[in-house]
Design a protein around this ligand. Structure first.
Ligand code: HEC
Ligand code: HEC
Length: 294
């Protein structure tokens, strides 16, 4: 290689390296000196906001394309069931035609927008993916451990109906029609199906691990394999499989563990461990995961 060209390459390399080091230093300073303001009372800078929005959109599109099955045919009953789920679970953050969101939804950053036009911006599969998996670090919860498969699609069926509903029609369907159909037994209360469904014969530890952080167990317990804050509100679950009793009151068997997980207050009245609203299936999956903590 001629000497001159070598010098040009060396200079180019040194410049790029310099820029990379400076960028890394600026990034680290922003993080460790606390320069980035995380207050929810401040907005993102416009470029940061746009970058996050684009990343979110592309991520949803990619995953919805590859992982969501074809939707079932939508029926009137599904739309009505979805209207009930929307009223119970989504209205507080997203509001609806003529209905403001609750205080939680109003003051969140990013603000959960109205879903009136969601069906214009997202495909059916994308709306299902968003509802099932949520959006991490935005405050949009994942609903797959609260709603069953039929309810997830029913909610999407309702979101598709939403652009055509005026204020009066929205009120009529989410209030009167849902209540009437629930008292007549045509549709069930949202989430009731999951709680009533029999658990699978065998728990699945992979689903159990997900259920652990979807039910906020890691807010109080340190759990090997589950990322979460350093917390000592409840005992660490490391080595739990080897323990001979549960919470000092029950012999450690699989059945007793599921019972404890679903109704700790009934097993040990006054215990600081709250009932977390686990479905029988989630309790079985979590028990399968805990059985591996040796
Ligand atoms: C605790 C508040 C909260 C609840 C409850 C909630 N969401 Fe969200 N949702 C959000 C936030 C925050 C976003 C993200 C907004 C953003 O990034 O611009 C969001 C975004 C969405 C989006 C993408 C919206 C868009 O226009 O890009 C959909 C679809 C959605 N939510 C559906 C639902 C459904 C269906 C329910 C009820 C089953 C629900 N959400 C309940 C907070 C919530
Ligand atoms: C608000 C805090 C809190 C949450 C949330 C919580 N726990 Fe607990 N948990 C506790 C406390 C406190 C104890 C100790 C109870 C006692 O001994 O009376 C406990 C005890 C337990 C035990 C028995 C531990 C032992 O050493 O015997 C298990 C297992 C357990 N929790 C699992 C879970 C799972 C799974 C979840 C999520 C579905 C969960 N916990 C959610 C606070 C919590």
């Amino acid at each position: 290689m001629p000497h001159r060209r070598r010098t040009v390459y060396a200079t180019l390399f040194a410049t790029l390296l310099g820029v990379a080091v400076l960028a890394a230093a600026a990034g680290l300073a922003t993080v460790y000196l606390g320069l980035y303001n995380v207050a929810a009372s401040e907005q993102h800078f416009k470029p940061v906001y746009q970058l996050l929005e684009s990343a979110m959109h592309q991520s949803v599109k990619l995953r919805a394309r590859s992982s969501v099955d074809e939707p079932p045919p939508f029926t009137e009953t599904m739309a009505l069931r979805g209207a009930g789920c929307y009223r119970d679970q989504c209205l507080q953050c997203h509001g609806g035609p003529g209905v403001a969101q609750g205080d939680i939804g109003k003051s969140m950053q990013p603000v959960p927008g109205p879903l009136v036009d969601a069906a214009r911006r997202w495909s059916t599969k994308e709306m299902y993916w968003l509802t099932r998996h949520g959006i991490r670090m935005s405050g949009m919860p994942a609903w797959e451990h609260r709603l069953d498969e039929e309810e997830l699609w029913s909610t999407v069926a309702f979101l598709q109906r939403l652009p055509d509903l005026d204020v009066a029609a929205f009120k009529a369907i989410t209030l009167e029609q849902v209540d009437a159909a629930r008292s007549a037994g045509t549709i069930a209360t949202c989430g009731a199906a999951r709680m009533a469904a029999a658990p699978p014969a065998m728990g699945n530890a992979v689903l159990g691990r997900q259920a652990l952080y979807q039910h906020a167990c890691n807010a109080c317990h340190m759990i090997p394999g589950v990322t979460g804050p350093e917390t000592h509100v409840g005992p660490s679950l490391a080595g739990f499989a080897l323990r001979s009793n549960i919470a000092g009151v029950l012999p450690h068997t699989a059945d007793n563990l599921e019972r404890w997980l679903r109704e700790p207050q009934a097993v040990k009245p006054g215990t600081a461990m709250p009932a977390m609203g686990l479905s029988p299936a989630d309790a079985r999956h979590i028990a399968a995961y805990l059985a591996g903590l040796k």
